[in-house]
Design a protein around this ligand. Sequence first.
Ligand code: NDP
Length: 222
Amino acid sequence: MTVLLIGASRGIGYELGRQYREEGRRVVATARDERGLARLGELGCEAVPLDVTEAASAAGFGWRIDGERFEVVVYCAGLYGPRTAALEPPSMHDFDLVMHANVLGAMRILPVLQGLLAQRAKVAVLSSVMGSIGGRTGTSGWLYRASKAALNSVLKDVSLVLGPQGAVCVALHPGWVATDMGGPSAPLTPERSAADLRALLARLGPQDNGRFLNHDGSAIPW
Ligand code: NDP
């Protein structure tokens, strides 16, 4: 089984890589700088350079993975951006940074996978419960929330195209995880979150295509 992890230099993506390698899987994993690539290489991953915000980098990545057959793909790359409450307009700079990494990157990379997926491949984006509109209670980090709601829309379209071709495509909330993004007070370790995500991905079936799921497998309102 070959696993593809997009944005795996640290955090949840890195831990997924570590655990899939421990399971004996072949892992192709991306990072955007030498340090990240070296860390992934030490895990025994095939480390591929990719900055999802750079069109040329995405094109090179597409060329690099041509001919592969992935069974699991997880888009992990993400940025939180400014921790502002609703109604504080973000700068265009912050808007571009967050939307490019979280949304445009996925719109660039997920299409490259067409023709490179094994039958019944699992394709996941790491979204967030913060992107849920139906279940929304808080308003902090509204730029991040908007980006994850947009990412969910992207995933839904991907599921409508790749689902009929045999893939199972889902948006996943990894839990609140103690990474650089989640901070030290988060209740879940990266180890626990990644283990939950791997178990969930393994048990997904065709009926799950196009769903938005928590790491424990429960449904989250769009
Ligand atoms: P981290 O901040 O620890 O890691 C983010 C990863 O994304 C890094 O590997 C980073 O690479 C990569 N990345 C960022 N921008 C780009 C880019 N332009 N091109 C390629 N890679 C990029 O975050 P987490 O591991 O905590 O989060 C992983 C995903 O899970 C994110 O999408 C996040 O939104 C989501 N999530 C996390 C939660 C949490 O509590 N931690 C909760 C809900 C969702 P680099 O090292 O080069 O910066």
